[in-house]
Design a protein around this ligand. Structure first.
Ligand code: NAD
Length: 370
C-alpha cells in the first residue's frame, strides 16, 4: 500500500482515513489535506482504479484552489473504489455506507466529481448532512446546468485581455472538449462579441473561420450528437483543434493534452484552462517563453467550487454568480500581474499567491507549524 505521508509537506495532509467494509464491498479513502482556512471541500471520485496517491494530489489541488479563491474552506478529496456505472441500488448502498463511515469527519464536506453527481450528493446529505452540489430540490445550484465554471472562465478571460493586448469583440475562440465547461464558456464569450471558430469533442473537431453558431451547436450536443455532425463548417480529427489559429484557446477536456511534444502547435494568444492540469509543466513554460498568456486551471476554473461554497451557505444562484465573477476576475488579475512583475510563469505566481494566503491562515491557527 502507498505510504501517503511520503508525499506530505508542511501544508499537509492533515488526515488520511482508509475505510474498509468487506460486507458491503466498501473500500474508500478520505484525505483532508489542509483545514487552516476552514472545513475542507472536495469531490468524491468513484472509479475502479483510484489510489491514495491520486486522492492526495487531488486534495492538494483543492487546498490551492480554495485558498486562491479566498474561500473559508480547506482542501480535501475522497475516493471510492468501484465502477460508477454499477446498478444504482448498489451504488447508493456504497455511497451511503462511505458517508456514514465518515459521519464524524466534520472537517470534510463532500462534493461531486468524476463518477458521482448531484443524486449521489443528495444521498450523502440525507445520510450525514454535509454535501454540496445538491439537486435544486434540496436547495442546490445545478453547477453544470447553469454553467458556473464557464462563467468563471469568461471572467478570467475579461481580466486577462489587457495582459495580451486583446479585445473581446471579434476575438477568435477555440474550445477543446465541448462539454459542460466548454459549452458555457463559449456561450458567455460569444454573448459579448467573441467568435467561436473551433470546437472539439471525443469524436473530432469542427472548424469554421466564419464563426460557429454557439446556441445551435449546444442544441446539437444536447441531442446526443457530436460537434462533427453539425451541418456547417469543416470536420477534422480530434487533435486538429490544437492547430487552429485563434486568440483564445480553452482546454476543457482531459489532463496533459498539451505537452512538450505538441506545445509548438498551439497558435493562440491567451489560454483559459477549464480542465484540470491540461498542460504539462514543461509545456506551460515553453508557451510562456513564447509570450502566450496562460491562466492556470485552479485560478480559471474555480467557478464550480466558489458556487458550491456559496450553496453551502444558502446563497442564491445570482449571489453566487456575482461572488464568483468578482473572485475569479481579481485572482486572474493578481496572478498575471505577479507573473509579469516577478518574471515567473502564471502558474508559479498563482501557487505563490495561494500558498501565501494559506500560510497566513495557518499562522493564526492553534496548530500553527510555521
Ligand atoms: P464533460 O464530460 O461535460 O465534457 C468533456 C468533453 O470533452 C466532452 O464533450 C468529451 O467528448 C470531450 N472530450 C473527451 N476527450 C476529448 C479529447 N481527447 N479531445 C477533445 N474532446 C474530448 O466534462 P466537464 O464537466 O465539461 O469537465 C471538463 C473538464 O473540466 C474536466 O477535466 C473536469 O475535471 C474539469 N472541471 C470541470 C468543472 C465543472 O464544473 N464541471 C470544474 C472544474 C474543472
Amino acid at each position: 500500500m502507498t505510504n501517503i505521508f511520503a508525499f506530505g509537506d508542511r501544508l499537509g495532509p492533515a488526515k488520511v482515513i482508509h475505510v474498509y467494509e468487506p460486507n458491503v464491498g466498501l473500500k474508500g479513502i478520505l484525505v483532508v489535506d489542509n483545514v487552516a482556512r476552514g472545513p475542507s471541500i472536495g469531490g468524491l471520485r468513484m472509479a475502479p482504479d483510484v489510489s491514495a496517491e491520486e486522492c492526495f494530489r487531488l486534495a492538494r489541488a483543492m487546498t490551492l484552489k480554495n485558498s486562491a479563491a479566498g474561500l473559508a474552506h480547506g482542501g480535501g478529496k475522497s475516493v471510492l473504489y468501484g465502477d460508477p456505472r454499477m446498478p444504482v441500488e448498489q451504488k447508493q448502498r456504497l455511497i451511503r455506507a462511505f458517508a456514514h463511515a465518515l459521519r464524524n469527519e466534520h472537517d470534510y464536506i463532500f462534493g461531486p466529481d468524476m463518477g458521482t453527481d448531484e443524486t449521489c450528493m443528495a444521498w450523502v446529505k440525507d445520510e450525514i448532512g454535509r454535501a454540496v452540489g445538491l439537486p435544486a430540490a434540496l436547495g442546490g445550484i445545478p453547477l453544470d446546468e447553469v454553467g458556473a465554471t464557464g462563467w468563471g472562465l469568461y471572467h478570467a478571460g475579461l481580466a486577462a485581455l489587457p495582459y495580451c493586448d486583446l479585445r473581446l469583440q471579434g476575438a477568435r475562440v477555440a474550445v477543446q472538449g465541448f462539454g459542460a465547461v466548454g459549452q458555457h464558456a463559449a456561450r458567455f464569450l460569444a454573448q459579448k462579441g467573441a467568435v467561436l471558430v473551433a470546437a472539439s469533442d471525443s469524436h473530432g473537431t469542427l472548424i469554421d473561420a466564419k464563426g460557429i453558431d454557439v446556441g445551435a451547436l449546444i442544441r446539437e450536443k444536447a441531442a446526443g450528437r457530436s460537434v462533427c455532425e453539425h451541418a456547417l463548417g469543416e470536420k477534422h480529427p480530434v487533435d486538429a483543434v490544437i492547430d487552429v489559429e485563434c486568440d483564445i484557446w480553452i482546454p476543457a477536456a482531459r489532463p496533459d493534452v498539451i505537452r512538450e511534444d505538441n506545445a509548438h502547435r498551439l497558435r493562440a494568444r491567451l489560454v483559459l484552462q477549464g480542465a484540470n492540469i491540461p498542460f504539462t509543466v514543461g509545456a506551460e513554460r515553453a508557451l510562456h517563453e513564447r509570450g502566450i498568456c496562460i491562466v492556470p486551471d485552479f485560478v480559471a476554473n474555480a467557478g464550480g467550487v466558489i458556487c458550491a461554497a456559496s450553496e453551502y451557505r444558502g446563497a442564491t444562484q445570482s449571489a453566487a454568480f456575482e461572488a464568483l465573477a468578482e473572485r475569479v476576475g481579481a485572482n486572474t488579475q493578481e496572478t498575471l500581474q505577479r507573473s509579469k512583475e516577478a518574471r515567473i510563469t502564471p502558474r508559479e505566481a498563482a501557487v505563490a499567491m495561494a500558498t501565501e494566503r494559506l500560510e497566513r491562515a495557518m499562522s493564526i491557527r492553534r496548530f500553527s507549524i510555521l
